[in-house]
Design a binder for this molecule. Structure first.
Ligand code: ZN
Length: 438
């Protein structure tokens, strides 16, 4: 399938400015970018569908580097609590009642929201992963999925076997629309022995690892008390970061040595600015991590710890909170934030050939209409995208060259059905939780 997106403002890499904008056409064949403005060649038999993108920015698709998509059914449930109380008293008891059907429609709801907001790929950690994979595939989103592993849980052993089965079942997709990683939840819920077993399995299966790391001060204190190390030192010393890609969500409480270690070990970090603020976890040293060469992307975390699955919001929050708290308007400029939201996040989740508009890369592309009041005038399109654009400005989304959103509407699955089925599942879940608490 050939597509030519014509006359848009293309957001492309630049050797010194990180990103720049050039007007031109983007040509796609069979899921791969073949030409960007004057770069690259179209094949002689190229006969594209032509799409007018004048008045639009054409950018690499956004990547959500850390999510729990099925949690969208719990959006607005038990807000305004600190992380451990929120998890132990509210979220985990409710999650105990989630069925595969709940997870399917909860994931579909999240994927609908993300695709319409210009996100082409997400990395997820949850359970009932077959249902998550199915919903992602049916809606047309690229997904890097892991089954959350709690080392102390009664089913911890079977969950390792289930993870291996997931790799076998979903891992041979040549387009990598579904990839499976191993998801040890965190160093405070998995023993060193269990983490080492996860690492061995990762090496054996050739799949990456996705973990929560250094999220709260309580975690740091607990790990220091148990092992005499910071959480970052602890996982690096266990050798598990040699499994690649290694994706660590949060990394809020990291010191200078931790940051150097994350950079040295090639750990990808999912920075979840809004979740960290909403749960009172703290503010990660984002500028230091990026300056030290850590590969950083943005993640929303689950809908109930962030509100909306919106990478525009995460990018803005991530930058502004650093500028404000450091009294420094020059750090983390617009181009850097857009780069982290696209290329940085793609690499963090293990997609080396995604996240930028370059010939040979995957055709994950977001087309943003610049015609609304809040995107006028267009002095600097990168600034507009970083500081003013939002999900409602997304016109078209291509994942692996396939148009999954056109004129702001999902083309693959009926949107109304997703919303009504997700609402019905939420009602069913609420009843189960109530019955159980009586
Ligand atoms: Zn999380």
């Amino acid at each position: 399938m050939d597509v030519q997106i014509e006359g848009g403002e293309l957001v492309v890499p630049h050797p010194s400015e990180i990103l720049t904008v050039t007007r031109g056409d983007l040509c796609i064949r069979d899921g791969t970018i073949v030409r960007v403005a004057s770069e690259g060649e179209v094949p002689p038999d190229f006969s594209p569908e032509r799409v007018d993108a004048s008045g639009c920015a054409v950018m690499p698709g956004l990547v959500n580097a850390h999510c729990h998509a099925g949690m969208s059914l719990l959006r607005g449930y038990a807000d305004d609590l600190p992380l451990m109380r929120w998890l132990a008293e509210e979220v985990w008891p409710a999650e105990a009642h989630l069925t595969g059907e709940h997870i399917y429609w909860g994931t579909a709801l999240a994927v609908l929201e993300m695709l319409k907001g210009g996100i082409c790929t997400y990395a997820d950690m949850y359970f009932h992963v077959d249902h998550i994979a199915r919903a992602s595939r049916e809606l047309g989103m690229r997904a890097v999925l892991s089954l959350g592993l709690i080392g102390e849980a009664p089913g911890a052993e079977q969950d390792l076997e289930r993870s291996a089965e997931l790799v076998q079942r979903w891992g041979d997709d040549p387009e990598d629309m579904i990839q499976i990683q191993l998801g040890p939840h965190a160093p405070y819920t998995c023993s060193p022995q269990y983490l080492e077993r996860v690492a061995r399995l990762g090496e054996q299966l050739g799949c990456g690892i996705h973990i929560h790391l250094a999220e709260t001060r309580d975690e740091v204190q607990q790990i220091e008390h148990q092992y005499g190390k910071t959480p970052v030192e602890h996982v690096c010393d266990l050798g598990i970061t040699s499994v690649k890609p290694f994706l660590a969500a949060h990394c809020v409480h990291v010191d200078e040595e931790d940051i150097a270690r994350l950079a040295d070990e090639g750990v990808g970090v999912a920075h979840c600015s809004i979740s960290n603020q909403k749960l009172g976890s703290g503010i990660a040293p984002l500028a230091e991590m990026i300056n030290a060469g850590v590969c950083v992307g943005f993640g929303t975390d689950g809908a109930c710890s962030t509100g909306r699955l919106d990478i525009w919001n995460e990018m803005r929050s991530g930058s502004l909170v650093q500028k404000g708290t450091r009294h420094d308007a020059e750090i983390l400029p617009a181009a850097q934030m857009l780069h982290s939201a696209t290329r940085g996040a793609a690499r963090a989740v293990g997609l080396e050939d995604a996240g930028q508009l370059v010939p040979g890369y995957r055709a994950d592309v977001t087309v943003v209409s610049l015609e609304s009041a809040h995107l006028t005038p267009q002095h600097d399109i990168l600034s507009l995208l970083a500081y003013a654009a939002g999900p409602g400005d997304v016109r078209d989304v291509y994942v692996q060259g396939r148009p999954v959103v056109r004129q702001g509407q999902l083309r693959t699955v009926d949107e109304g059905e997703i919303i009504s089925r997700a609402a019905a599942c939420t009602e069913n879940l609420r009843q189960k939780v109530c019955e159980n608490s009586d």
